[in-house]
Design a protein around this ligand. Structure first.
Ligand code: 6PG
Length: 247
């Protein structure tokens, strides 16, 4: 499903309400809500909104936070994704520390990936060796990457976690990511995409031929879950008006 909003603020408000609804439904049905977050700048408004406008809309003691990927820099580095979410959200809500399952960036990346695999195993939904997430949040890079599945990344692996090295806009290159089979087993996946600079990547992902080595976000296609693209008008500009692309 594709939903087009005026701007990032509207995307974030919709996503915050949907996050709260899915969380409460999951808690009512199974006593737990398990979500995998993304980093980058796009979801920060959503995290802030959850902390400021919806701090009491969910019983956070039943919410378990994971990450779709992490940049291997120390927790207090501004590029550490866990640290970004901590400042935007966790510092504002009543969140048991034991419910935050971060990728350990004080370990070497290969060890952090193994360690994270063990964490996922503790929440596994057999026969999977990882949890079937209730909600995964993802972003889209200008080069078509998502999480840390980059163009040319060796992503066809059996393991639920992967170590990746990638150059992207000066961000930390060493990363740990979940793999496509984890994302594709989720119940709900939201992509949040905002801004003109994403319009070509969004067009290629949604309307280009299937070329996942070039457009890794095309790999995200939940088998038994719902995929929702929340995009703003600028990001969607080529979808709505493909001729502009050629001009
Ligand atoms: C990260 C994410 C990455 C991100 C995209 C979009 O770097 O934390 O793994 O996949 O979602 O690069 O980032 P922006 O939202 O900053 O454009």
């Amino acid at each position: 499903m594709l939903k087009i909003f005026k701007d990032l603020n509207e995307i974030s408000r919709y996503a915050a309400r949907a996050f709260v609804d899915i969380a409460n439904q999951s808690i009512n049905m199974r006593g737990q809500f398990r979500t995998a977050l993304s980093g980058g700048s796009t979801p920060m408004r959503l995290y802030e909104m959850l902390g400021i406008e919806f701090p009491n809309a969910v019983d956070w003691t039943y919410v378990h936070f994971f990450w779709g990927d992490e940049r291997c820099v120390p927790e207090d580095d501004r590029d550490n994704t866990y640290g970004q979410v901590k400042r935007a959200l966790f510092d504002k809500i009543n969140m048991p520390a034991g419910n935050i399952h971060r990728i350990q960036t004080d370990l070497a990346p290969a060890d952090a990936a193994i360690d994270y695999g063990h964490t996922l195993m503790q929440f596994a939904d057999p026969p999977l060796t990882w949890p079937r997430f209730d909600l995964v949040l993802l972003g889209l890079g200008e080069d078509g990457h998502t999480a840390s599945l980059f163009p040319g990344s060796p992503v066809e692996v059996d393991s639920p976690t992967l170590v990746v090295t990638a150059e992207y806009m000066g961000r930390p290159a060493n990363r740990v990511t979940l793999t496509q089979q984890v994302f594709n087993s989720a119940k709900n996946v939201f992509f949040l995409v905002s801004g003109k600079s994403k319009s070509t990547a969004l067009f290629n992902t949604l309307k280009g031929g299937y070329a996942p080595q070039k457009n890794p976000a095309q790999r995200i296609d939940p088998q038994d879950g719902e995929l929702t693209w929340l995009v703003d008008e600028e990001a969607a500009s080529l979808l709505q008006n493909p001729r502009i692309r050629k001009g």
